[in-house]
Write a protein that binds this ligand. Structure first.
Ligand SMILES: Cc1cc2nc3c(=O)[nH]c(=O)nc-3n(C[C@H](O)[C@H](O)[C@H](O)COP(=O)(O)OP(=O)(O)OC[C@H]3O[C@@H](n4cnc5c(N)ncnc54)[C@H](O)[C@@H]3O)c2cc1C
Length: 487
């Protein structure tokens, strides 16, 4: 039995803790914030319950497989609902694409927009299903430490089917012509924190998950998923130390001996960092022990940061669905302003989530819980004036689409942006969800889960394998725990 410290209580830290505790280790999670859950925290205000980060529950099999490892089921911890419609894309004031839950209805919708596209969609999804089954059950559970992992017989045999070297944008364009269909098919890979043109076609698995498998909603919001993970951890005797900042990892020789925290120094046999990798490597460790230099991080492509608004609205908004994507401006311009020439966008796309459409518990009756998310380049300037400028831009388009006044009906408003990501999570440049999944930042090319000089220090989370998003963070925790248990 080892004494293990985990820094950070996001999904990766929690999943890692549960597996190590099940194996009999004494695990303690240190979290700098008062509330557990990292980027997936919730807060309550004026009768509203806001999820601070994730709102799209995709890849339900990843969550199920995780709980099955403990002979438990997802439904033992939280209740899922499949959304119908899954989401809508708004192309202009009076032109939206409402994506139904049923597969047959999606096929009908495609055929109406572009003749012959239903058959193509079937083919696209059958190939994407292969990539999903292969990728999400095999590839993503590899620790990314040895090239041998990539030269396994089944990977070599299927290398062309996996489409690692074609861009996702080209892949979609080889199937569909209609711009709206292309926008729908490209949207799921935006979750990977990169542009569709820089994403390997392997990631059509995201479209399979989001469009074919559908969008789920955990009742009570994503915070209930965190509560479920915390409950499981507590059942397995994991200790929690919220509101404790880890300031330093103390090293002797090539061994991490203890962590220096805001509540004192504590000794451990092993330390797992699930806080942002660059923060641990650059700030918590003496320089000579860092895996990567400042220069390395500067050269990485980070996922976007985001400007977020949590709004309580004192009336119902009839035209909104649960998930609403405002694609009523040019997407490529906005993408360039995130990755190529980082600056505040000229005409941003944004996302409006209205979970009170599905869930009465997240807003008082006759009111709406509204969450706005506008992706922006990581590291750009952030101040209240800029936040307000873009709030007005988003509200103008929201009101125009809903055809009603909303601003005067906002009774609660909180913004969140680059500086908050830095302060709350120690996020490099205020990134929202880690490193982008470009080809040169995939699998073995991600930052490593082991420290090259310290034998008992490990890294997990969205900046290492397999990447950004809640399901990958859950997998990341498992990958590191399994690696420790095997070594
Ligand atoms: C706005 C937003 C929307 C998103 N939407 C979705 C979505 O719809 N679907 C989806 O699947 N994913 C989504 N994601 C991504 C997803 O939330 C993340 O990939 C995932 O939650 C990351 O988990 P993690 O454990 O790697 O990191 P985190 O959740 O960031 O956990 C790291 C923890 O470490 C703590 N920490 C940092 N430094 C220290 C220190 N020195 N001492 C102690 N603790 C420390 C932090 O406070 C944090 O709690 C979204 C993310 C954001 C921000």
């Amino acid at each position: 039995m080892s004494k293990i410290a985990i820094i950070g209580s996001g999904f990766s830290g929690l999943s890692c803790a549960a597996i190590l505790a099940k194996d009999g280790h004494e695990v303690t999670i240190y979290e700098k914030n008062k509330v557990l859950g990292g980027r997936a925290r919730q807060f309550q205000e004026s009768g509203f319950t806001f999820d601070m980060g994730p709102s799209w529950y995709w890849m339900p099999d990843v969550f199920e497989r995780f709980f099955n490892r403990f002979d438990r089921k997802v439904e033992d911890y939280f209740k899922l609902q499949k959304l119908d419609p899954g989401f809508q894309i708004i192309f202009s004031q009076d032109d939206e694409m409402i994506v139904p839950e049923k597969w047959e209805s999606i096929l009908e919708m495609f055929e109406k927009i572009e003749k012959g596209s239903a058959r193509k969609l079937e083919k696209f999804m059958s190939e994407a299903k292969f990539r999903y089954d292969f990728g999400v059950t095999k590839l993503v559970y590899e620790p990314g430490l040895s090239l041998k992992e990539l030269f396994k017989k089944d990977i070599i045999t299927n290398i062309f089917k996996l489409q690692m070297f074609t861009s996702y944008r080209k892949h979609v364009a080889s199937y569909f012509k209609n711009q709206k269909i292309k926008a729908l098919m490209e949207f799921p890979v935006l979750f990977l924190g990169t542009a569709p043109s820089d994403t390997p076609a392997l990631y059509s698995l995201m479209a399979y998950s989001g469009i074919k498998n559908g969008t789920f909603y955990p009742e009570g919001g994503f915070g209930k998923v965190i509560d479920g993970f915390v409950k499981l951890c507590k059942e397995l005797s994991v200790n929690f130390e919220p509101n404790v900042n880890v300031n330093k990892i103390n090293i002797e020789g090539n061994i991490a001996k203890s962590i220096d925290t805001s509540r004192g120094i504590f000794r451990f046999d092993k330390i797992i960092a699930s806080a942002d990798y660059s923060h641990v490597d650059g700030k918590l460790l003496p320089n000579k022990y860092s895996n990567y230099s400042n220069n390395y991080w500067q050269k990485r492509t980070f996922s976007p940061s985001a400007l977020l608004f949590y709004l309580g609205v004192n009336k119902k908004l009839n035209k909104l669905q649960h998930h609403n994507l405002f694609f009523d401006e040019e997407i490529d311009k906005h993408i360039d302003e995130i990755y190529k020439d980082p600056e505040w966008p000229s005409n941003p796309l944004f996302y409006a989530c209205c979970p009170s459409k599905t869930d009465k518990s997240v807003a008082p009756s006759d009111k709406e819980n509204l969450f706005l998310l506008m992706p922006i380049a990581a590291g750009i300037q952030d101040n209240l004036e800029l936040r307000e400028k873009y709030f007005n831009i988003m509200m103008y388009r929201l009101e125009r689409y809903c055809q009603e006044e909303i601003i005067q009906h906002i009774e609660y408003k909180r913004s969140y942006c680059v500086n908050d990501f830095k302060n709350d999570y120690n996020a490099y440049k205020g990134n929202a969800y880690g490193l982008a999944n470009t080809l040169s930042q995939t699998a073995n090319l991600k930052p490593k889960i082991i420290n090259k000089k310290i034998n008992n220090l490990f890294y997990t989370g969205q900046l290492t394998v397999p990447g950004p998003g809640v399901p990958p963070a859950i997998i990341s925790g498992q990958v590191v725990a399994d690696y420790i248990l095997k070594s």
